[in-house]
Design a protein around this ligand. Structure first.
Ligand code: SF4
Ligand code: SF4
Length: 142
């Protein structure tokens, strides 16, 4: 393209950028912000270790743990959701929120640790069958 044509197009074409807080349309494959269900969380912290963006924070206390998520730091990769075995995390493909201050989107949940499930009693040995011959007698006499 000729430089003069390009300049003319730029002059009459108007602005190509959007004024904040307007935003372009979200792509179809956008996974979305992470949502947390404290009722399903077991406090394993796998999500934190899988998050390379440090968007998830996890702190333990006496009988409780605190799970935090900063949507402003999240890259919406979905690794935390994939790693959560209890399905306490999911992603909502809503538009990422607009924010102006670092940490503004951070949300925290303090969850009481659930007591461990009681262990099942050991399985009882099957009762011996009356009149059954021991294995050594199976060959008969000579
Ligand atoms: S959200 Fe899932 S992966 Fe993260 S601590 Fe809770 S149970 Fe573990
Ligand atoms: S979606 Fe990715 S960046 Fe966002 S919290 Fe999960 S692992 Fe971290």
């Amino acid at each position: 393209m000729n430089i003069l044509t390009m300049m003319w197009k730029n002059l009459v074409g108007g602005s190509r950028t959007l004024l904040f807080p307007a935003r372009p349309k979200v792509t179809e494959r956008f996974r979305g912000v992470v949502k947390f269900d404290p009722a399903l969380c077991i406090g394993c912290a796998i999500c934190k270790s899988r998050c390379t963006s440090h968007a998830i924070d996890f702190k333990t206390g006496k009988g409780v743990f605190t799970w935090s998520y900063d949507g402003g730091q999240c890259t919406f990769c979905g690794r935390c959701v994939e790693g959560c075995k209890t399905h306490a995390l999911h992603q909502e493909s809503a538009c990422p929120p607009v924010y102006t201050t670092k940490g503004e989107l951070k949300e925290s949940y303090t969850v009481t640790r659930k007591p461990p499930a009681p262990k099942a009693p050991p399985a009882a040995a099957p009762p011996a069958t009356a009149g059954a011959a021991p294995d050594s007698a199976a060959g008969g006499t000579q």
